[in-house]
Ligand binder design. Structure first.
Ligand SMILES: Nc1ncnc2c1ncn2[C@@H]1O[C@H](COP(=O)(O)OP(=O)(O)OP(=O)(O)O)[C@@H](O)[C@H]1O
Ligand SMILES: O=P(O)(O)OC[C@H]1O[C@H](OP(=O)(O)OP(=O)(O)O)[C@H](O)[C@@H]1O
Ligand SMILES: O=C(O)c1cccnc1
Ligand SMILES: [Mg+2]
Length: 533
């Protein structure tokens, strides 16, 4: 089943002028100023009490290690951070709650201050969402009054962590599956709660999946919806006698077949009589056939059957072919089958042979190419194993391992203070070099590792996504589709040896000689010097 919702319902798809008057609030209404750790509020109070709350601070958000044993990560979740700060305001109820929660010694002035704060003094610079990023490289730089930015730590890390992790997981599944395969995200039932499910669908699409089974995500983000049917549907039928309404109009509407099930039975007999299929199957399960016929009558344009409820080769596939051939008589093209158990490599190859036999024996052009979808606890390893064995699967439906990020539970993003009141300063802007200008690139920590490089392309990674200063240029938030394209383009530029699953070649991020000197100066400055007695 294939449904392509319109792109309405997503504020992202609204046409923005240069500076939209408003940015919509967070997708999840649970994302409020209180969605933070208690210590952010206690620190905010202590900053305020010390008269430090308005000191200008800079925090960097980054992660220390690529997930899944890989050499790359896809950055995601930026839009939600911007939606959050664009609408940051403590409600009266939230202030009352904080007043009751924090120590009774906290002065009233603090709560008046809290009531008044928003993020108009905050600036956010970030790498565009959907970019391929690497450990220890700042993904976001958040500048503003220290007490306010401190409150943003937990929600920002929360919004980036899973988003980037699951986008990377999706990208990794796409890399193993190959570009030609259709990837369907089927994880909602196994996701970590409703937000986990919605986020998984959104970010798996960004990371390279083609569609989701999650209707809410389809509506909210315009992600194409796809689906088949379940075993319950098949086992709910007792036999063909249950089907009362047996007629089906032809695709062009010119005629009506009054006994569709009769035509299906005739095709099943013809299949049975084919000498080439002797020994492949005999009697098929009639309740399964009834289920397939019913689904075909309901969706003649989009007929897809789950064929493993009883026996794939002895029942499911022949039953599917009988229904598909009857639909073909009426000008419909069946979409295909889904395999959800057993040896998916073997069964997909056997099914393909069966389809090709039908095409050759009955002269139905294209029948051999009827779609084969596979599901059942798939992950990077099983996709890789299927590739190595050889298979005939066109589409993979992936749930549990994808959306729960089973192979690694968290990315481990951090949000660290790097500057307060201009101390210490890292003037990255001065480090921008020019194309053709030879520069020394250094390993950030290993002194002997360095190389001269002549840049072919110079690109400023960080852009300003949020500022209250109306004279400053602020990047518009790209659509999900644009982020998805960016992600695909960036992944395409990666060398395959950095992408492979087993022992990928380390991707080297160097620093300029100037930054190297600066890091080492700071480092040495902070390290205490011992005194030998
Ligand atoms: N050819 C294959 N090579 C490697 N892994 C495969 C292959 N075919 C299927 N798998 C994977 O093997 C696992 C099989 O799971 P399991 O042992 O539960 O089998 P099943 O067929 O689902 O059995 P059951 O019918 O009892 O649920 C799944 O993770 C599936 O993705
Ligand atoms: O296997 P996943 O990657 O999580 O993909 C989603 C699974 O969810 C559905 O069945 P469910 O697992 O609910 O029941 P089943 O195992 O009995 O088919 C579907 O048939 C898939 O097998
Ligand atoms: O549509 C499907 O086939 C589907 C959807 C969710 C989970 N498993 C399968
Ligand atoms: Mg299952």
């Amino acid at each position: 089943m294939d449904v392509k919702p319109g792109l309405n319902g997503d504020v992202n798809n609204e046409k923005h002028t240069h500076r939209p008057a408003t940015i919509a609030g967070p997708t999840n209404p649970m994302v409020t100023p209180l969605l933070t750790d208690l210590y952010q509020f206690t620190m905010a109070y202590a900053y305020w009490k010390a008269g430090k709350h308005n000191e200008r601070a800079v925090f960097d958000l980054y992660f220390r290690k690529n997930p899944f044993g890989g050499e790359y990560t896809v950055f995601a979740g930026l839009e939600e951070c911007i939606r959050f700060i664009a609408n940051f305001k403590c409600s009266k109820e939230e202030i009352t709650f904080l007043r009751e929660t924090l120590s009774p010694t906290c002065e009233d002035g603090f709560f008046e201050y809290l009531q008044g704060i928003d993020c108009s003094d905050v600036e956010v610079y970030a790498i565009p969402e959907g970019s391929v990023v690497f450990p220890k490289v700042p993904l976001m730089r958040v500048e503003g009054p220290v007490a306010v930015v401190q409150l943003l730590e937990t929600p920002f890390v929360n919004l980036i962590n899973y988003a980037s992790l699951v986008t990377t997981n999706a990208a990794r599944h796409r890399f193993v599956a190959g570009k030609s395969k259709l990837l369907l995200e089927f994880g909602l039932r196994r996701a970590q709660g409703p937000d986990g499910g919605i986020s998984a669908s959104r970010y798996c699409y960004m990371g390279g999946f083609d569609a989701t089974s999650n209707c809410a995500a389809g509506k909210m983000f315009g992600i194409p919806l796809r689906g088949t049917h379940s075993h319950a549907f098949v086992s709910s039928f007792m036999g063909p006698d249950e089907i009362i309404e047996k007629s089906l109009k032809s695709h062009d509407g010119s005629r009506t077949c009054e006994d569709f099930i009769g035509v299906v039975q005739t095709w099943l007999s013809k299949l049975k009589r084919l000498s080439i299929l002797k020994g492949v199957f005999a009697e098929t399960n009639q309740s399964e056939l009834a289920a397939f016929v019913s689904y075909a009558l309901a969706f003649p344009d989009n007929f897809l059957a789950l064929v493993d409820t009883y026996d794939v080769m002895k029942s499911g596939v022949p039953n599917f072919c009988a229904v598909a051939l009857a639909l073909n008589d009426l000008g419909y093209k069946a979409r295909g089958i889904r395999l959800d158990s057993g040896d998916l490599a073997y069964l997909s190859c056997e099914t393909r042979k069966f389809f090709q036999t039908v095409e050759n024996e009955f002269g139905v052009p294209g029948f051999g190419k009827t779609g084969i979808t596979a599901s059942n606890d798939l992950n990077e390893e099983t996709l890789d194993a299927l590739n190595k064995q050889g298979h005939e699967v066109d589409a993979f439906g992936i749930g549990t391992y994808l959306v729960t990020c089973y192979a690694q539970a968290a990315l481990g993003c951090v949000f660290k203070l790097v500057e307060i009141n201009n101390q210490p300063r890292i003037k990255l802007s001065e480090d921008v070099s020019k194309v053709g200008e030879r520069i020394l690139c250094r390993h950030p920590f290993s002194e002997s590792k360095r190389a001269y490089v002549v840049p072919q392309r110079v690109e400023e990674l960080m852009k300003c996504y949020w500022t209250g200063n109306i004279d400053k240029k602020r990047e518009e938030l790209p659509t999900l589709e644009a982020n998805r394209e960016r992600c695909a383009q960036q992944l395409d530029q990666m060398r395959p040896d950095h992408m492979r699953k087993l022992n990928p070649t380390p991707y080297k991020v160097s620093v300029t000689a100037k930054l190297y000197d600066f890091i080492h100066f700071l480092w040495l400055n902070e390290a205490p010097v011992g005194e030998l007695q």
